[in-house]
Design a protein around this ligand. Structure first.
Ligand SMILES: Cc1cc2nc3c(=O)[nH]c(=O)nc-3n(C[C@H](O)[C@H](O)[C@H](O)COP(=O)(O)OP(=O)(O)OC[C@H]3O[C@@H](n4cnc5c(N)ncnc54)[C@H](O)[C@@H]3O)c2cc1C
Length: 277
């Protein structure tokens, strides 16, 4: 299959990219999702605006007790530790598990969030980390908690012409614990289930998130609340909470294979929470 005819423009500044954006334009970051979607004619646009060379989108900076990571940072840059890691190894671990090295070399964190594939890694992983999306449009900049960014299947809160600048993530304390469990039948493919857990009571953070289980990642409310308690929750108590959360989030029959897969992944992630030096 070939893409429909389209014009191409390489932006040399963020302002130039914003000025060129609009209803019928698409931003090109790593092209790992956009180009196949265009070749299959699942995405149509009149103009492709290449933002892959914008230095502004690779900016990373400390902002108090958070770190801003630019949307143009590639999975490989995170995997290789080229970005200061605020997450005690969590972000490099997630990055290193995405697809294959060739995809990780070009695919970007911002492209993954903007594409909003329900089975992708960053939407679930960054939701568990308590990230905010930083968005720029012609009218200025705005921030949204990631929970409000992905609205559904490949649908986000980005307005036409807006660019995702990056994410702001909390710097985890030295007592933070995390676990990231991803189930794939073949290595390198999109997940059939993802369970991401980040627990840092010093920062008031305890998030259990399930990905690849619906049209967007879900926060498991009861399980997250249990993790914030003073004592580690007993295994049966956590199992009950996860069962109720997964049933509520997915609507799956408890007898189904998918329900068992997701509950197993969530329980495994909670059980394997550990501190990372
Ligand atoms: C074989 C293969 C296997 C893969 N496996 C996985 C996997 O296991 N897990 C996983 O998470 N991902 C996987 N991916 C997807 C990969 O991670 C992509 O990098 C990602 O989905 C899109 O990133 P990109 O930079 O290539 O974005 P692009 O393809 O360039 O863009 C994707 C969409 O986001 C928009 N966009 C991009 N950047 C911005 C921005 N800054 N602001 C606003 N809109 C923007 C584009 O207009 C487009 O609509 C896989 C891809 C391939 C080809």
């Amino acid at each position: 299959m070939k893409a429909a005819p389209i014009s191409y423009r390489r932006a040399s500044t963020l302002d130039e990219a914003l000025a060129a954006g609009g209803e019928t334009a698409r931003f090109l970051a790593g092209g790992q999702s956009l180009v196949p979607m265009m070749n299959l004619r699942l995405t149509l646009a009149d103009i492709m605006i290449d933002i892959s060379n914008l230095r502004e989108l690779r900016r990373c900076a400390r902002e108090g007790d958070r770190i801003f990571i630019g949307a143009g940072v590639t999975h490989a840059m995170l995997e290789d530790g080229k970005i200061a890691d605020p997450s005690r190894g969590y972000l490099p671990h997630v990055a290193g598990g995405i697809a294959f090295r060739s995809v990780r070399n070009r695919g970007t964190l911002g492209g993954s969030l903007a594409h909003a594939d329900p089975a992708a890694d960053w939407p679930a992983a960054l939701l568990a980390l308590g990230a905010d999306a930083v968005i720029r449009g012609l009218g200025g900049e705005r921030r949204l908690p990631l929970a409000q960014f992905q609205l559904g299947l490949m649908e986000t809160a980005l307005e036409p012409g807006e660019i995702l600048l990056g994410v702001s993530v909390p710097v985890l304390s030295c007592h933070a614990r995390w676990s990231y469990q991803k189930f794939c039948r073949k290595s390198g493919e999109f997940a059939h289930s993802i369970a991401a857990v980040v627990c840092d009571p010093a920062r008031g953070l305890a998030e259990v998130v399930l990905g690849a289980a619906g049209d967007k990642p879900f926060r498991l409310e009861r399980a997250s609340a249990l993790l914030l308690g003073d004592e580690p929750p007993a295994a049966p108590q956590m199992a009950l909470a996860v069962d109720e959360d997964v049933r509520e989030a997915t609507g799956l029959a408890v007898s189904s294979y998918e329900f068992h897969l997701h509950r197993t992944m969530a329980l495994r992630a909670c059980a394997r929470l550990r501190e990372h030096a």
